[in-house]
Design a protein around this ligand. Structure first.
Ligand SMILES: Cc1cc2nc3c(=O)[nH]c(=O)nc-3n(C[C@H](O)[C@H](O)[C@H](O)COP(=O)(O)OP(=O)(O)OC[C@H]3O[C@@H](n4cnc5c(N)ncnc54)[C@H](O)[C@@H]3O)c2cc1C
Length: 814
């Protein structure tokens, strides 16, 4: 058939801003033999009706990177591809109604400046200078982002399409993909006009992504975790006063966001565009009487202004000029949501050579960066910035339909909300429960979800304030603080117990397993009967993941890793597995207790049959409370202790017996404090693909002289010779009321010289601790620097490269 190429390297399904940007970036990387299929005209999905706002603001480093990149790309795009377009860089103002919001702004400003942007925080009296028509009496201040603005989404897509075509890529409009199949390690994408054989497929189908995702189920795929919201904006009639002001000043008003009330207000020509994210929001296509349509190209939902009344009134009070004009038009369109509101960009879980770039709620702002990230995934197998925030593998099997709907509505209704470290978003709890969940709950457990598993963050006592309101703070103090302190002290002085369901667990066996594993990690394997930490580098020597390696026999292992890493790490192992080896995910079969503290040995002596004299990092089959268990002598809390790994059915009896010996239950927040004092890294904070193993200070986990090659060896050797630019450090901080959150900037001599990767209070050492990455020449013990915590520069001192608590590990080895 004419016009359909029979082969391509990559086929992208979906011609919205994101799919086309992916094609553009593939072509830019030299991959021009790529085809994009669009079932209708380009932009027919969500893109055509988007308002086109292009913010850079985020408190996520990776999202900010992606959005900043988009603004940089869009500024030069029209000229680069010879397709002029409307991109108004107006700047934006975000209003703060509270001290906490101002702290959030300060944090974003710190991150933004580190990324090279000129974000400012404004006092109340400075706001009107930027935005004259505003009521400011009840405000605390604002954030000004000069790079913000709006772009015509259709023009943007067409410009990217022109650029991609000019480089040799192919776009086929009115050519729906109708299915996929796989043959001889290649994909075949079916269309009514013929088949295309390709190496890689990308699902960029926007709100149709779940439907397209179904085709991949026979090849290992899952239901795409998403739902669709109805989102509206209103356009006003022209406002003569605004027109006059624009004429006189020669500019447009900055984009205004009243984030605490939850709307944006933009100048649109000589009128306004008002877009609320309303609490009383509406999902679409989720009930039998409202089925998902076969096709919704260039369609809208009926107007539904009642839902927005409160926001319209509030905006009219904020900018009275808005009240002088009538509404001329309402746009109500579909917008897809993943359960956390971030898109899905990266490898399609379970499916070889298939990728996702879909479920974007801000696909215009993120589209540019998303295309870059997606192209890197395909052409390089890794991305410049760590993109875990958007990685499809961050969700596993718990994201069923109800979960997606409840979470999607929750995120939409709180689109601009602050994400406090102590707060748990309440929708759709209890997806996966430990066998002792009810017992933990009865003890006062206040839960958080980790890969859907409920774990206690802290244990409340009768009378403690466990309300959501109490969690609305960035500060350390709160109802939990005294409890965390008590929990840490119990682990320090007596013995504590933490139930840890959902620890990801893989059994690996088969002749040659040890050799294979040696070729996957940078370091050495433990001896039989022992365990250690293995670091898995990528080809650049950056930190892909960390696993505990437990060795039961010459070629028999259990690999244990973070709950959230289950699919990520499982796939990394599976995709690289040597023939003849067996890898089994046994996560759901087991439950884990961390039992830690100087009295741990007495505890197990009373209720266990085990050799408690075996040294630190030994593993053994044992019996606890008469039940079979594996005891691993290790403690993330940094005290004498064992992890108890037992079958789910055996855990209730074991937990009861441990509690019966007086162990004090402690939670994840106490564990976080305890591990900071030991300098133990946490995955996707301290350990990420933003850093190499050497930068991460993991030198002692690299064995350059072993016979097996491992990924990234050459890169690490080169870095070792040349010297690392950054080094991992432990800092003691003269913190105020708040400890340093992730990505707080480190300052020296008036310049940013690094960033924190995590921080918190250490209750055993009585200090505020931050772990981070510092310019290598400054990473000497005793160096004084400053950490910017929510806008306040705080003195910090670089510590010796050893744990702050028990530097000799004497307590662990006791
Ligand atoms: C009212 C409203 C205002 C918005 N305002 C903004 C904003 O100001 N800023 C912002 O960043 N975002 C905004 N958004 C969100 C934005 O519209 C989306 O995030 C973005 O358009 C998503 O782009 P996409 O390419 O991922 O998906 P889409 O634009 O939906 O593209 C997916 C494409 O896939 C095609 N397709 C589906 N199935 C197939 C198939 N089988 N074969 C071939 N093609 C197929 C569809 O036809 C469609 O063209 C807004 C959304 C709404 C509803």
């Amino acid at each position: 058939m004419s016009g359909i190429p029979s082969t391509a390297r990559v086929v992208i399904i979906g011609g919205g801003a994101v799919g086309v940007s992916s094609l553009y970036h593939l072509a830019k990387a030299g991959w021009t033999d790529c085809v994009l299929l669009e079932k209708n005209e380009l932009t027919a999905g969500s893109t055509w009706h988007a308002a086109g706002n292009v913010p850079t603001f985020s408190t996520s480093w990776s999202l900010m990177n992606m959005q900043r990149y988009s603004t940089e790309l869009y500024r030069g795009l029209g000229a680069a591809v010879d397709y002029p377009m409307n991109y108004h860089v107006t700047g934006s103002i975000r209003l703060a109604h509270s001290k906490e919001r101002m702290q959030e702004f300060e944090r974003a400003k710190g991150m933004g400046r580190y990324q090279g942007m000129d974000i400012e925080v404004l006092g109340v009296d400075e706001i009107k200078g930027k935005y004259p028509f505003l009521e400011t009496h009840d405000l605390k201040g604002a954030l000004y982002d000069p790079a913000d603005g709006d772009i015509d989404p259709a023009q943007l897509t067409q410009a990217l399409a022109k650029g991609a075509r000019d480089m040799g890529a192919t776009i086929l409009r009115f050519t729906p993909a109708t299915g996929v199949s796989r043959e001889n390690g290649e994909w075949i994408v079916h269309t009514e006009k013929g088949d295309i054989r390709c190496e890689y497929v990308v699902n960029a189908a926007g709100y149709y992504a779940q439907r397209v995702g179904e085709w991949f189920k026979p090849y290992g795929g899952r239901t795409v975790p998403m739902m669709v919201m109805s989102h509206q904006y209103l356009l006003s009639e022209p406002v003569p006063e605004l027109e006059a002001w624009s004429k006189e000043s020669g500019r447009k008003l900055p984009l205004l966001r009243d984030v605490d009330t939850s709307y944006y207000l933009r100048q649109e020509k000589t009128g306004f565009n008002l877009g609320p994210y309303e609490r009383n929001c509406k999902a679409h296509w989720v009930t039998p009487d409202d089925p998902f349509p076969e096709d919704f190209s260039f369609q809208l939902y009926p107007d539904d202004l009642d839902r927005l009344e409160f926001y319209i009134e509030d905006a009219m009070a904020r900018v009275p000029l808005l009240g002088t004009a009538g509404i001329s038009r309402v746009i109500n369109g579909p917008i897809p949501y993943a359960p956390d509101g971030n898109p899905l960009i990266g490898p399609m879980p379970g499916v070889p050579n298939a990728f996702e770039a879909c479920v974007f709620t801000f696909g215009i702002a993120q589209g540019g960066g998303a295309g870059k990230v997606l192209a890197e995934w395909i052409t390089e197998g890794c991305t410049e910035w760590d993109m875990w925030s958007c990685d499809p593998r961050r969700y596993t099997d718990y994201t069923d339909r109800d979960y997606c709907i409840e979470k999607g509505k929750e995120v939409y209704g709180h689109e601009y909300a602050m994400h406090f470290p102590w707060h748990r978003w309440p929708a759709a709890p209890d997806r996966k429960l430990s066998p002792v969940h009810d017992k933990v709950k009865a003890l006062g457990g206040q839960f958080g979800a980790y890969n859907g598993w409920e774990r206690a963050n802290w244990f409340a006592q009768p009378g403690d304030d466990t309300s959501e309101e109490a969690t609305q703070t960035w500060n350390r103090a709160g109802p939990w603080e005294a409890r965390i302190r008590e929990e840490c002290e119990a682990v320090r002085d007596g013995v504590g117990v933490l139930n840890l369901p959902g620890f990801s667990r893989f059994d690996l066996s088969g002749a040659g397993a040890a050799d294979w594993l040696r070729g996957m990690i940078a370091g050495a394997l433990p001896k039989v009967g022992r365990m250690n930490l293995g670091y898995f580098p990528d080809k650049r020597g950056r930190i892909l993941t960390e696993m505990s390696i437990l060795r039961h026999g010459e070629d028999e292992f259990t690999l244990i890793t973070a709950a959230t890493a289950q699919w990520h790490d499982g796939e990394h192992l599976r995709q690289n597995l040597a023939p003849g080896l067996t890898l089994t995910d046994r996560t759901v079969e087991f439950d884990t207790l961390i039992v830690s503290g100087p009295k741990a040995r007495d505890l197990f002596a009373a209720i266990g049959e085990a050799d408690l004299s075996l040294p630190w990092l030994s593993i053994q089959s044992a019996s606890v409370a008469g039940r079979p268990a594996m005891l691993a002598r290790v403690s993330f809390a940094g005290e004498l202790g064992w992890e108890v790994h037992a079958k789910v059915a055996d855990m209730p009896a074991i937990y009861d017996a441990v509690l019966g010996q007086g162990a004090k239950p402690f939670g994840m927040w106490a564990l976080n404090s305890l591990r900071l004092e030991k300098g133990y890294r946490a995955w996707k904070g301290d350990l990420s693909t933003d850093y190499s193993l050497l930068e991460g200070g993991l030198d002692r986990f690299i064995k350059f002289d072993k016979p097996q090659d491992f990924p990234g060896k050459a890169a690490l050797l080169a870095e070792k010779q040349r010297g690392s630019k950054k080094r991992f450090v432990t800092l003691v901080v003269d913190a105020g009321e708040a400890d340093a959150p992730y990505m707080s900037t480190l300052w020296h001599d008036g310049a940013v010289v690094g960033e924190t990767t995590s921080g918190g209070w250490g209750y055993r050492v009585g200090k505020s601790i931050a772990l981070g990455m510092l310019r290598a020449d400054l990473a000497q013990p005793g160096t004084e620097i400053a950490v910017e915590i929510y806008g306040e520069r705080r003195r910090a001192v670089v510590q010796e490269d050893q744990p702050l608590w028990d530097p000799e590990n004497a307590r662990i080895r006791a």
